[in-house]
Ligand binder design. Structure first.
Ligand code: GUN
Length: 294
């Protein structure tokens, strides 16, 4: 069965929009998300444009701040400082990746964790890992929300996460092992130094593939009835498309789909959920639900 991330993300955004109208009717201001975009990377341009569009759909105010590739780290840090102090801005993000001359870690740590709706600040990552209220980064939250809304059992399940990135692999592994629903899974994380990945995957009830390696998960790696979450979004050149490329997942969809119980398509699976989850975090920030205002 196909997990329809497009539909669930539309539902989530409608729920958020309804909450926003209720807030506004009660005299509160509209949630406000700001985004900083550096340079003109095609992927980043698309993601940020989609985030701005999602803000409109949710009834949020949005501000896009653009810099050229040659922006200095000091200029960027000064802008972050200004947004940290701007009481009209509830949350903001700095779209990654950044040019090589800028330290992503320094930028992430400069963001006030109470406005870090990407959930990348060490305070949020640390709080998540010990199960405290925090901003959970968008892709892992989106994956958990799909499992929740499709009522997919995770308790006691064997979950294999492919990839150990800070923005997907590590946090989703943490959430899947958390004493919570969804969660309570037995989690194995595989990466580039793991031997026997095929054998490990064959034992999995749930595979979460976040490697960025098109078609990596093949039919022979999947136990019949397994649940497959495909986080891959590699751009592969395709002359038949207007854009000149198509998005390719980490799963060999055509051959794996007949064998599994649930699978997320690419596109239309995890991707749309990521943006809806960012909207969810922005709503929480505007309501001070995680970090109450002093
Ligand atoms: N680059 C890829 N994914 C993300 C994300 O979720 N947030 C930001 N800020 N940059 C990204």
């Amino acid at each position: 069965m196909l997990i329809d991330g497009k539909k669930i993300s539309t539902d989530l955004k409608s729920e958020i929009a309804a909450s926003v109208e209720e807030m506004v009717a009660n005299g509160q201001k509209r949630p406000h998300l700001a985004a900083i975009l550096v340079g003109h990377d095609g992927g980043s341009e698309t993601y940020v444009a989609n985030k701005v569009k999602a803000c409109e759909q949710c009834g949020f105010k949005s501000t896009l701040i653009r810099f050229e590739d040659d922006v200095t780290e000091a200029e960027l840090l000064a802008t972050i400082d200004r947004l940290n102090g701007d009481s009209d801005v509830d949350g903001f993000i700095v779209q990654l990746p950044l040019p090589r001359h800028i330290s992503e870690q320094r930028v992430i740590e400069a963001i006030d964790y109470r406005k870090d709706v990407d959930g990348f600040h060490p305070v949020n990552v640390g709080r998540m890992s010990i199960g405290l209220p925090c901003f959970v980064s968008a892709t892992p939250f989106g994956i958990m929300e799909l499992l929740r809304r499709y009522d997919i059992p995770t308790r006691g399940a064997r979950c294999v996460v492919l990839g150990r990135s800070n923005i997907v692999g590590k946090p989703v592994a943490t959430l899947m092992m958390q004493k919570a629903q969804p969660g309570n899974a037995t989690v194995t994380v595989c990466h580039s130094a793991t031997p026997d990945i095929k054998e490990i995957c064959r034992e999995a009830d749930i595979i979460i593939a976040a490697l960025g390696s098109p078609g990596f998960v093949t039919e022979d790696m999947v136990k019949p009835g397994a649940v497959i979450i495909d986080v891959g979004t590699t751009r592969v050149p395709d002359a038949t498309r207007k854009s000149g490329f198509r998005l390719c997942g980490d799963v060999d969809f055509a051959n794996v789909e007949p064998k599994c119980s649930y699978i997320t398509p690419v596109p239309g699976g995890v991707g749309p959920m990521t943006i809806a989850s960012l909207m969810h975090n922005t709503l929480l920030a505007a309501r001070h639900e995680i970090y109450p205002a002093e």
